[in-house]
Design a protein around this ligand. Structure first.
Ligand SMILES: [Zn+2]
Length: 305
């Protein structure tokens, strides 16, 4: 502590003595405890005015944020976890950019409802995607895709290449893609104890679907991995726009994918739906609920057709 402070009592600049005091404050009806530095004159022991009010206020506010398992520093980290600028982050959450700047610079104490959202999206991409999706209509289309791209909506290269493998010489409708993926991952968990993609599956009306499916297919077309093709009835089929990188898969994984593709090949949408409705994991869940991979033991690829 090299800084001098002025003591009114002694009427001179002194090198202050510094002690730590545990103080209690009430912030928005919550009691917070803060360790504070207290400066005293070494000659008369008068308490000296600490001109660093911002720092102590910052500490009091941070103590309040801690009640939400957050800190001002973490507010910035949460945004950088999503790889987004303040501009795009604010749009994704439906907040004003000014709000984000003020909070990140600790210029104001965040409102409780904002802190609850920060807490929710901390290391939780699915929660973030949910909020992003709910704000989709108020975000410009290009910006929406840019956000999806930047946060790389959990699409790892291997998962992307499953799309390229499944659709190679085999253009499919969205519902068929869902059934193929669901079958590949549940068969893989059953046989080799892990799914091939990074997807989770949810209960859809016509059978299991990739959780957050809408976002993924649009993103893949936007990133030039897939393209649309129309059939004679003008229904949308998905085709690969690139070659598949087979080096990403083990021999066992390729065998499983081939087995599923052979079994599901040339099945109509209603056949696929009927078959997927016989699956215990689908029957035990409600609309939108995640179908846990523990149901893989009940999965039958070749039965119930
Ligand atoms: Zn003094």
């Amino acid at each position: 502590m090299g800084k001098s402070l002025y003591c009114f009592n002694c009427d001179k600049d002194v090198k202050p003595l510094c002690t730590i005091q545990n103080n209690t404050y009430v912030v928005r009806h919550k009691t917070v405890h803060v360790e504070e530095q207290i400066f005293k004159c070494p000659f008369c022991e008068n308490e000296l005015i600490n001109d660093n009010l911002n720092e102590s206020l910052h500490n009091i506010y941070n103590a309040y944020l801690k009640l939400f398992e957050l800190s001002f520093e973490e507010l910035k980290e949460i945004r950088s976890f999503y790889n987004l600028s303040q501009e795009l982050f604010s749009k994704a959450l439906g907040w004003s950019k000014r709000t984000i700047i003020r909070y990140e610079n600790a210029e104001s104490l965040p409102q409780k409802q904002y802190l609850l959202i920060y807490k929710k999206i901390k290391n939780n991409k699915n929660a973030f995607l949910e909020i992003l999706k709910s704000n989709k209509d108020s975000i410009e289309k290009n910006e929406y895709y840019k956000i999806c791209q930047l946060i790389n909506a959990e699409l790892d290269l291997k998962t992307i290449n499953v799309f390229l493998y499944v659709l190679k010489n085999n253009p499919l409708y969205k519902t068929q893609i869902m059934k193929n993926f669901f079958a590949i991952d549940f068969e893989a968990v059953k046989e080799i104890k892990h799914p091939i993609t990074s997807f989770k599956y949810a209960h859809g009306t016509y059978g299991p679907v990739i959780d957050n499916q809408g976002t993924y297919l649009q993103l893949l077309v936007h990133q030039n991995y897939l393209k649309f093709a129309n059939n004679e009835d003008d229904k949308i089929l998905f085709k690969p726009a690139q070659d598949c990188d087979l080096s990403l898969f083990t021999k066992e994984e390729i065998i499983i994918m081939d087995k599923v593709l052979n079994q599901l090949n040339n099945k109509s949408a209603s056949q696929l739906t009927k078959w997927s409705h016989s699956f215990k994991g689908w029957n035990d869940t409600k609309d939108g609920e995640i179908i846990n991979y523990s149901y893989a033991k009940n999965f039958e690829l070749t039965d119930n057709w």
